[in-house]
Structure formats: C-alpha cells, structure tokens
Design a protein around this ligand. Structure first.
Ligand code: SF4
Length: 154
C-alpha cells in the first residue's frame, strides 16, 4: 500500500548503482543478490491476486529494463492491472535510451534518486521532494513531464 495506490504486488529486483545516501533498501544494491526468476514464475505470483495492481521496485528495475518490459507486456496481455515503477534515473534521461521500451509499458514512473536533505515523510508514495509521480502515457504523448494526480479514493 506504500508503493502506489491501493493493494499492490511489488516486485523487488536486485541491483542499483545510484547508491543514494539514506537509501531505504541498501541490501538491494548487489547485482548478484536475489535469485533469478522467469517472467512466467513472476506472473504466477502477480495473477494470484486478481485485485492487486503491480509495482516494480528494487534496486532499480531500469538496469533490467528488457526483462521488466517483457513482464509488463505479459501483465497487460493477461490483466487490466496498472503498473508503477520506481527508478533512480530521471524521466528525461530514460526517454531516449534503451529503457524507453519499458517506459512505454508503464502507467506511473516515480523518478529520481533519493536525496536525504529533501526527505519528507509526508510526501505521497516517495521519499524526497525531488522525486516525481509521473503520468507516463500522458508525458510521452506531450513530450514533457506530466505529473500524475491522485484521485479522491487515494
Ligand atoms: S535509486 Fe532507490 S534503491 Fe537505488 S540507491 Fe537510490 S533509493 Fe536506493
């Protein structure tokens, strides 16, 4: 419930090079941590809860963008779940890179590194005020960042 609105299945990947001071999850930085899982295995977990939407987190999923893009496509093919993704990269740095394929599958991107001096525990779904909740389809259509707005139910 803290990784986006409503009940969600969060997929935590291993590996992050941003090494933000004060990171909530430094045990996830090791690219050799965790265990390999196939898209099929992860889909079985995701589809076990018909009501939960999905969040990709870590670590940073953008280091495994091709795998997460494949997973996101499978989610969209088999359900109407929405997909949020956390990354230490900025939206602007991803739109022209290999990660764009994953970006195009996302509903909301929470972008940017965690910056300790900008930490604010009252922020919605993010840790520091530089991070943005980005409506990805609207941003790709507009060619600039469009922020996601929570509805009243959040
Ligand atoms: S990007 Fe996220 S997981 Fe990576 S170091 Fe920063 S806060 Fe931690």
């Amino acid at each position: 419930m803290v990784d986006g609105p409503g009940f969600r299945t969060s997929i935590y990947c291993a590996g992050c090079s941003h090494k933000c001071p004060g990171c909530h999850n430094p045990q996830s930085w090791d690219f050799n941590g965790g265990c390999e899982m196939s898209t099929k295995e992860i889909m079985k977990i995701i589809m076990a809860d018909p009501f939960a939407n999905v969040t990709f987190s870590g670590g940073d999923p953008m280091y495994q963008a091709a795998g997460f893009a494949e997973l996101a496509r499978a989610i969209h093919e088999q359900s109407n779940k929405d997909i949020w993704c956390y990354t230490g990269f900025t939206f602007e740095s991803l739109i022209h890179e290999d990660q764009r394929e994953l970006l195009e599958q996302l509903d909301v991107l929470v972008d940017g590194p965690f910056i300790e001096k900008l930490r604010d525990p009252d922020l919605l779904f993010r840790g520091s005020s530089n991070q943005r909740l980005i409506d990805v389809p609207a941003s790709l259509y507009a060619g600039e960042v469009v922020l996601w707005e929570p509805n009243i139910a959040v």
